[in-house]
Design a protein around this ligand. Structure first.
Ligand code: PLP
Length: 314
């Protein structure tokens, strides 16, 4: 995947520290040429689950529309490195028309996740046309937009863009902050603008080895997000993308880091720890396991304090 870093995001990186969490997310590393057991080019089986060009459906009530293959930054752990930066970007509405028609013919799908690529790298006018076309499908109730722009190019969240998004409500915005260093004055302003406009903001964080896989870093990130009214939604154990093994913590280590946050952090600030299963079988919540034993009439639960409590269930 080619290198792409906006000057703003690069300015957050430490030029003297090879372990800088910003730098490791966006600067290519020789370890990307290494493949480990289980690595896949399309880890989530998206090619197999494509029901129309650029439309991926893995769940009964929601589908994912890849509106573009362009992003503001190329994250080195990208799940779609097979596509991103490899073609000329935003799909025209005519290219996406079969996807819209598929949605019209499958009204059990009530939610469209507009992603890519990053849908917010286009002009406001272009995004507006896309959202209008989706809104013309009666069965679509909710539009979700997946974007890293508030974290990597926050000045793009301008008043025109926010006002336009509001015209297509209900819109939910899914951001992607991975490290407290990304919570700058500018990115906080962007988050506040979205919240002030009544757009719920949910955040995905990818757990990355040597970048954010410790409880203190995540605590500071999640506390910072809820201060700006952005809700930590998922903490994702990384996908098995070819060439990203050096950034993947062990699963047990992800669960251990997450366990340290439980109870310590407000429920508002705690995301769910998730793993998207290889092959596209869907996302699974991965612990920690709070049920110690379950018997007829009584269940033993493990609290965040490490104590076992028996709950009677006559
Ligand atoms: C992750 C994903 C979703 C959304 O899953 P939620 O658990 O609802 O956030 C939907 N479709 C596809 C293809 C996905 O990868």
């Amino acid at each position: 995947m080619p290198l792409l870093i906006p000057p703003y995001y690069l300015s957050l990186a430490d030029p003297d520290d090879p372990k800088c969490p910003i730098r490791q997310q966006c600067v290519p590393n020789i370890a990307e040429s290494r493949e480990v057991a289980g690595d896949l080019c399309d880890p989530l089986g998206e090619i197999r689950h494509e029901v129309a060009p650029m439309l991926i459906r893995r769940y009964p009530d929601r589908a994912l529309l890849l509106a573009t293959t362009t992003c503001a930054v190329h994250c080195r752990f990208c799940v779609r490195s097979r596509l991103v930066g490899k073609s000329d970007g935003y799909s025209s509405l005519s290219v996406l028309e079969p996807a819209f028609r598929w949605l019209e013919n499958n009204p059990e799908v009530r939610e469209v996740l507009v992603s890519g690529g990053d849908p917010l790298v286009a002009s406001t006018q272009r995004i507006s046309s896309l959202l209008s076309r989706i809104r013309a499908i009666d069965s679509i109730e909710v539009i979700r937009i997946g974007t890293r722009v508030p974290a990597v190019l926050p000045m793009r969240i301008d008043d025109d863009l926010v006002q336009m998004l509001c015209k297509h409500h209900p819109i939910w915005l899914m951001t992607h902050f991975n490290h407290p260093k990304e919570l700058t004055t500018q990115s906080r302003v962007a988050l506040r603008k979205l919240a002030d406009a009544g757009i719920p903001v949910m955040n995905h964080t990818v757990l990355l080895k040597g970048i954010n896989d410790n409880a203190d870093t995540l605590e500071s990130l999640f506390r910072g997000l809820i201060r700006e009214r952005a809700r930590p939604y998922y903490l994702l154990h990384p996908d098995v993308v070819t060439g990203t093994g050096h950034l993947r913590p062990k699963l047990a280590s992800s669960i251990a880091v997450y366990s340290k946050l439980m109870g310590k952090l407000s429920g508002l600030a705690i995301p769910r720890l998730m793993l998207d299963t290889p092959g596209g079988k869907g996302k699974v919540q991965i612990g920690p396991n709070s049920i110690v034993s379950m018997n007829p009439g009584s269940t033993e639960l493990l609290t965040y304090r490490g104590e076992t409590v028996t709950v009677l269930d006559p």
